[in-house]
Ligand binder design. Structure first.
Ligand code: NAP
Length: 515
């Protein structure tokens, strides 16, 4: 039987009791590890963070915390080969691992640098100049941002075990709040390995980072107004957590990132042969196949002018047909496996519901040819593109297939495109691929209320563009409505979100002395 995965709690590496939940290799179906938190005292975990990690972090200045973060991220970068090897067991190709592992370290580096340059050489942020509140100017106010005496519980999704952990850890650490990571079970072994690498640097004060592999029964009962819960995962789990008394009665800060039906729009100007046409096709294929489509920002809906449906379908189909699927690292493999066969079966079922609304352009839900692996043992599926000519059908705008699945739909004009974008009821990321300035500005203005981020892609920005699916740590990540209603990242804003903002009133001299 495979070993129980260790958790790092209250200063020691500990194994949960019992048999745990078995995690299988996504490619071979062999056991990798078992995950259990049975017997771990969640009260002790929170106490350790509050009583050991919190004071240690609050004793450091912002630049000192930034330096600790940089050292931890540097170790992940240096030892990334170990993490790549584990990540391959979850079905990730080297390109996929790069997004997760190098992306995770890179995000932490960006935060470290923002913290060094944008936060004071102290422990308190003072906002605003003197805001006069009386006639004579002897009384006014300013805002101070201080570190709460709480913990940051970070519950992550399975698809980005390293990036998902680092993008939450970085702002919490800079803010001086100790972190408890609860990784998703299917890829917890990768997150735990990355945490171990960071802890082994000795750069993180004891208690500032703990990792609980497995469930966390009773942990939320310990949380309240000084604490922060950052969640990434399904809308259902987000709803359960949001309804917990820690949030509803004791006002723990809660941020959620959930599923969303992100869309990309091809402009009316982008005929075949125009650079924007090729950018759109390439972007769609990349989003469908990177991480086998298990990306919260992946393009689920591709919206194109109605007279371009055939051209786009043909161009995307030709590219998808050339994508080799199979064991990460095997010759010719461009797309790996989904995280597990259960997840693959869910994706197949969701894809079948979407397909019932249209016709299949590419892919087969029943069979897939794989390179270097056994299709019956691994969690493989082919990219699956559905064409739905009646874009007002409900399925493509409501069913999420969290895999290499996308729907191609026609729009009539800019207003119709905006209307279809909004039918996702809130998305993390949208894109408009067009060189027509009027069309672009109209769509951006119309669709922005439904999006956390919108990429405008054209021939000018393409050489440096990071693409539809990549959130940047300098900018907000999160989205309204279905996407969870949260905002993560966004540079220093994410750090400020972990701090308590207090209005301080007094004389100019007193307020001046705050910093
Ligand atoms: P999930 O089932 O909601 O799980 C997410 C996390 O919540 C896991 O760590 C899970 O732990 C934990 N969890 C589940 N029930 C819990 C409870 N009662 N108390 C505390 N923690 C609990 O989602 P998933 O299947 O792992 O992830 C896929 C989904 O995440 C997709 O829908 C995708 O769209 C979304 N996603 C969103 C983003 C984003 O940034 N918006 C990013 C990635 C993924 P266990 O694994 O141990 O159950």
């Amino acid at each position: 039987m495979s070993e129980i995965l260790e958790s790092y709690v209250a200063g020691t590496w500990t194994k949960g009791a019992g048999t745990g939940r078995e995690v299988l290799d996504a490619v071979t179906g062999e056991p990798v590890t078992r995950v259990s938190s049975e017997g771990i005292d969640m009260g002790e975990v929170v106490r350790h963070a509050r009583e050991v990690g919190g004071p240690a972090l609050r004793a450091l200045t912002f630049p000192e915390r930034a330096a600790a973060l940089k050292a931890a991220a540097g170790a992940v970068q240096e030892r990334k080969d170990e993490l790549y090897a584990l990540s391959a067991r979850a079905g990730a190709t080297a390109r996929d691992s790069g997004v997760d592992i190098d992306g995770g370290a890179g995000t932490a580096f960006v935060y470290s640098s923002l913290g060094r340059k944008g936060l004071p050489d102290g422990k308190v942020v003072v906002e605003d100049d003197f805001i006069q509140l009386g006639k004579e100017g002897v009384f006014g106010g300013r805002h101070v941002l201080t570190t709460p005496h709480g913990v940051a519980l970070q519950i992550n999704a399975f698809n980005f075990p390293v990036w998902g952990m680092m993008e939450k850890l970085a702002p919490a650490l800079l803010a001086g709040v100790p972190t408890i990571v609860k990784p998703a079970t299917p890829t917890a072994y990768i997150a735990v390995a990355a945490a171990r690498i960071m802890l082994e640097t000795g750069a993180l004060p004891e208690g500032s980072l703990q990792v609980v592999a497995g469930s966390i029964p009773g942990l939320l009962d310990q949380l309240g107004g000084q604490d922060h819960i950052g969640f990434t995962g399904s809308a259902d789990t987000a709803a359960t957590l949001r309804g917990h008394e820690a949030v509803t009665r004791r006002s723990a800060h809660f941020n959620a990132e959930a599923d969303s039906l992100n869309a990309s729009v091809l402009g009316p100007d982008a005929a075949p042969g125009e650079p924007e046409f090729d950018l759109f096709v390439k972007g769609l294929v990349t989003e469908m196949t990177t991480k086998a489509g298990q990306k919260c920002t992946a393009i689920r809906r591709a919206l194109v002018p109605q007279d371009r449906m055939d051209d786009v379908a043909q161009a995307v189909e030709a590219k998808l047909a050339g994508i080799g699927i199979g064991a990460p690292g095997a010759d010719g493999v461009r797309m790996g496996a989904l995280v597990g066969t259960e997840q693959r079966d869910d994706v197949r079922a969701a894809a079948a519901r979407i397909a019932a609304a249209g016709t299949v352009v590419h892919g087969d839900l029943e069979k897939v040819e794989v390179i270097g692996a056994d299709a019956d043992k691994g969690a493989f599926m082919s990219p699956y593109l559905v064409r739905v000519d009646d874009a007002d059908r409900g399925e493509p705008h409501s069913v999420e297939a969290f895999g290499p699945v996308s729907t191609l739909m026609p729009y009539r004009d800019a207003d119709h495109a905006v209307d279809l974008l909004a039918r996702g009821e809130g998305s993390l990321a949208g894109s408009v691929v067009s060189n027509d300035r009027d069309f672009v500005t109209g769509v951006v203005a119309g669709a922005a209320p439904y999006h956390g981020r919108i990429l405008v892609l054209d021939r000018e920005s393409a050489p440096e563009s990071t693409g539809h699916g990549i959130p940047m740590p300098q900018l907000v990540h999160g989205g309204p409505g279905r996407a969870g209603g949260g905002q993560e990242e966004g540079g220093l804003r994410a750090v400020h979100a972990h701090l308590q903002r207090t209005a301080v009133q007094g004389s100019p001299a007193v307020l001046d002395s705050l910093g």
